[in-house]
Design a protein around this ligand. Structure first.
Ligand SMILES: *Cc1c(COP(=O)(O)O)cnc(C)c1O
Length: 219
């Protein structure tokens, strides 16, 4: 299947209220161009250098989503270049983002990444760490939290469902409260293999890479 056909097929499964992010990590500009041609304007990257290279070469009317683990010493490179940092996962990272965006008088829009499966090798915070991070966000001037992101453990459909439900519960609970700088608009969950289940469980942003561009080859 071509990139174009894959995208149209996925979009057929999504309502208008669900945003498709084309995860373009490891893909070249030519491949991304196929996605652009059928109307995709949201691209996800997980490496700072790759993201910056692509922002320089690709269309200017696209939105860039940073979806990888963000190191504090790299924050300075992405200020003003990404539309949504989906992977806020510590108070230390938050403080660096607040400082760097503050210097440029810009706002960082972000999602808090939750390690919903409590996997040691994955980034994201545990649920019990949320309150401290939320409180720190409330004190910021250059940060807006727009929702949550999670990457679930690999598993059966039933297991996927379980973790998506868990994330949706946290999302809904936070949505009821009112915090400074924090709104729960976006619940980013679901990838190539499980995006349909994620949407059934309340996701409104799915991040699909291989399902669009084919299997990834790492060099
Ligand atoms: C790579 C990646 C995806 C996309 O994964 P696919 O299996 O290619 O759909 C989604 N989210 C994050 C955070 C990723 O790193």
């Amino acid at each position: 299947m071509s990139i174009e056909e894959s995208i149209l097929g996925i979009e057929k499964n999504l309502n208008n209220n669900v945003k498709l992010i084309a995860v373009s990590k490891t893909r070249n500009i030519d491949e991304m161009e196929h996605a652009y041609e059928v109307g995709v304007r949201d691209f996800g990257e997980n490496k700072v250098q790759e993201l910056i290279n692509k922002t320089e070469k690709f269309h200017k009317d696209v939105r860039w989503h940073f979806i990888g683990h963000l190191q504090r010493n790299k924050v300075k490179y992405i200020v003003g270049k990404v539309d949504l940092i989906q992977s806020l996962d510590s108070v230390r990272l938050l403080n660096e983002i607040e400082k760097r965006y503050g210097k440029e008088n810009l706002i960082a829009n972000m999602l808090i990444e939750i390690n919903i499966g409590r996997e040691e090798n994955k980034s994201g915070i545990y649920e019990e760490e949320l309150q401290d991070l939320l409180q720190a966000c409330e004190k910021c001037k250059n940060v807006k939290i727009k929702g949550l992101m999670c990457i679930i453990p690999k598993g059966t459909n039933e297991q996927c469902k379980h973790y998506f439900k868990k994330a949706k519960l946290i999302f809904d609970k936070l949505k009821e409260k009112s915090y400074q700088n924090i709104s729960m608009d976006i619940l980013s969950m679901g990838m190539s293999g499980d995006y349909k289940i994620a949407v059934e469980e309340g996701s409104n942003m799915v991040r699909v890479g291989q399902g669009i561009f084919g299997p990834r080859k790492y060099k």
